[in-house]
Design a protein around this ligand. Structure first.
Ligand code: BF8
Length: 678
């Protein structure tokens, strides 16, 4: 060791910098809990973000580590470059190839996460259809009948020249087989692609991007991005389009549909949100992750009188279930279980000292949860065979649909038994907000549909008359590189202030709930006059919570219904609509963003995009893709400008449709109405 290195090694370890709670989050409960963690000496993601900065080359998408000659890093030289070909990896790969390869791998990983979730649900659906499990049954027959035709399954049978209803069990079995087949069929194309508006389907067909099967597209991404394969950024992103469509219109849509059939289609319900939903005198169980299959059982088990009695024998008043991330959203949408927080609040739920068990499945789970749980009495339980943790304080109870109820009982009993082990330091922030959640394609139709005309008639009518300026899908994660929830809330408030109705999912949904934006009453406070009038008349919030991240498929189908209802063009790209992920961080967000773009949606991301180091590729996805599918990527870190870009796009579409001048309401006589109908 050189003298210099020795001196460096002998230096006392640098104290970790601590995050400033107020700068880290706009949410008071989160601020209080960050301060609490620091007081107790427990490190959280907010502190880690202060001590480790991201790699700027990786952020720009121009680091290639796909072979052992690299990593090849291709920063833009100061003062710019004359030609793109001046920047090359060892094999000659250009910045555009590298950024496109990295982007494609992100899409593949995101699509894999959503689609593997869908596959798990499809497998359980098959078990239920075969009656191999008592725990899961077909709950929503109407939804089963609605999706069957899209999977090529007939719901009627001809008997003696007459059409008769087929047995539900028979339909369920065929639906299960057809759905599972979508992951690996040898020929044909993704069946749900035809659920898109016909002009969009034709665009995909012409561009050659209709997915063949879900798994194949993901595998092909990995092959194409292997060293020395696809070296054309346009061809690479073409596969990105095909793979993301296999996610949005495939794996995710199947996950949503099959979950609805098994667990019920969400309808509006009341709940609460934020860490304040936890109760000091109750056993608190937090479910966290994405797949709702086990949590569905936990919801059922905690409601059993004997479990509540058992909790009372341990000194608790009852059992409080809460959630984090999208398992929370799934449980919220169907059962009203309150989310305790977004992605960035997962450690904080344990730091309350009142979390008796945290049950995690897959995706968006910090490995540091185990370290935090060590400082408290919390039982941290992993449940999925593909998502274990190495730390020895983590308990693994592997979930299996064949003993799902027993698994759930074991977990709930473990949490109850743990109630008495709490330490003295319980501190639950006294902050929570009321919310109305549980929206979906069906409930929007119920609230904003018309009895006599097209199903989304009232919504379309209000868009045409200008009371609603347009529709925005605002979704996605938190990111510890930016102030927690600030961009989410500013973007959404700016949109609704300008009469744009917001459809939300994922952590944006939880953030909006925490801010009180998911109540009909919030319309009077935050909305422009048109949207306010509609929300007050119909009794809906200006921000409609559509569920988890796989439920972004609901937004695709809602947009399709708006197209079908008429008067707003023939395709999704004609609609006065835009998409946004203000605080994205996950690969799933890139897959979602790309299937929004490929479905015709102008989509703005916050923070940064991993394409900025490759300006030609960046230009291609932010300008040229529009010519193929009608949608395109954009980037804007400033939340107000971000929302204004979306509004400008909405206005451009209104103009193209000839509805740019808001019309005053005309009170029509019966004769006028009859003339219209004719
Ligand atoms: O799937 S929004 S942080 S929780 S990835 Fe994760 Fe992002 Fe939250 Fe849900 Ni979606």
């Amino acid at each position: 060791m050189t003298e210099e290195k020795k001196a460096e090694a002998d230096k006392p370890a640098k104290a970790l910098k601590l995050a400033d709670p107020v700068k880290a989050s706009i949410d008071i409960a989160t601020q209080e809990m960050i301060a609490r963690a620091q007081e107790l000496g427990v490190e959280t993601i907010f502190d880690r973000a202060e001590n480790m900065k991201p790699c700027s080359i990786g952020m720009q998408g121009i680091c290639c580590k796909n072979c052992a000659m690299g990593p090849c890093r291709l920063p833009l030289p100061k003062g710019g470059i004359e030609g793109e070909d001046q920047r090359k990896g060892l094999c000659g790969a250009t910045a555009n190839t590298i950024a496109a390869r990295n982007f494609l791998r992100m899409i593949a990983a995101g699509a894999a996460a959503h689609s593997d979730h869908g596959r798990s649900v499809a497998e359980i659906f098959m078990s239920a259809a075969r009656k191999e499990t008592d725990a899961y049954k077909i709950k929503d027959v109407n939804k089963l009948l609605a999706i069957a035709p899209y999977l090529g399954v007939a719901t009627k049978v001809e008997v003696d020249g007459e059409k008769k209803d087929r047995e539900v069990d028979e339909i369920a079995l065929e639906v299960a087989k057809a759905a599972l087949n979508e992951w690996g069929k040898a020929e044909g194309e993704l069946l749900y692609a035809k659920r898109a508006p016909a002009p969009l389907y034709e665009k995909w067909k012409k561009a050659g991007v209709i997915p063949r099967n879900i798994d194949r597209e993901i595998v092909e991404c990995m092959h194409r991005t292997h060293m020395g394969v696809d070296q054309d950024y346009k061809n690479l992103i073409k596969q990105g389009t095909r793979t993301s469509l296999a996610d949005g219109w495939g794996g995710s849509m199947l996950a949503t549909d099959l979950q609805d059939v098994l667990f019920g289609t969400p309808y509006p319900l009341q709940s609460e949100a934020n860490l304040g939903v936890m109760k000091e005198d109750h056993v608190n169980i937090i479910v966290h992750g994405h797949e709702p299959v086990l949590s569905e059982m936990i919801v059922a088990v905690v409601q059993r009188p004997e479990m509540v009695e058992y909790a009372k024998t341990k000194g608790a008043k009852g059992i409080q279930l809460g959630g984090i991330c999208c398992t929370a959203n799934e449980m919220l949408q169907r059962h009203g279980v309150p989310p305790a927080g977004t992605f960035l609040q997962q450690e904080l739920a344990i730091i309350t000292g009142a979390c008796d068990a945290m049950v995690v499945d897959v995706q968006c789970i910090f490995q540091n949860l185990a370290n935090v749980a060590k400082c408290f009495h919390t039982k941290l339980i992993t449940t999925h065979p593909i998502a274990k943790m190495e730390q020895d304080n983590v308990i693994h109870i592997e979930f299996d649909e064949h003993h799902a109820v027993e698994d759930a009982e074991k977990i709930v009993r473990m949490a109850i038994d743990n109630f008495q082990n709490r330490g003295a330091e319980v501190m639950i922030p006294d902050h929570k907000a009321t919310q109305i959640a549980g929206f979906g394609v069906e409930s929007i139709e119920y609230h904003l549909g018309g009895t006599f005309r097209g199903t989304y008639y009232t919504l379309n009518d209000n868009i045409i008359n200008g009371r609603i300026r347009g529709i925005a899908g605002v979704v996605g994660c938190n990111n510890a590189r930016t102030r927690h929830n600030e961009a989410h809330i500013q973007v959404v408030k700016e949109l609704i202030k300008n009469d744009v109705i917001v459809l939300t999912t994922g952590c944006n949904g939880i953030a909006c709930a925490m801010e009180g934006l998911l109540t009909p009453e919030s319309a009077a406070v935050y909305c422009g006059p048109g949207l306010k009038e509609v929300c007050e008349t119909v009794g809906i919030p200006p921000v409609l919570h559509m569920g988890s991240c796989v439920d972004n498929s609901r937004i695709l189908l809602a947009a399709t219904e708006v197209v079908k209802a008429g008067g707003l063009g023939n395709d999704i790209c004609d609609l006065p609509a835009a998409g946004s992920a203000p605080e994205w961080m996950s690969e799933k967000a890139i897959s979602i963003g790309h299937y929004f773009v490929s479905s015709g949606v102008y989509t703005v991301f916050g923070l940064h995009l991993p394409t900025s180091g490759a300006p030609v590729f960046h230009d291609y996805i932010s300008k040229e893709l529009e010519k193929l599918y009608g949608g395109k990527w954009d980037l804007e870190a400033d939340p107000i400008k971000h929302a204004q870009l979306m509004i400008a796009h909405i206005d451009k579409k209104r103009k193209a449709l000839g509805i740019d001048k808001a019309r005053d309401r005309v009170l029509m006589s019966m004769t006028d109405r009859q003339a219209l109908e004719a």
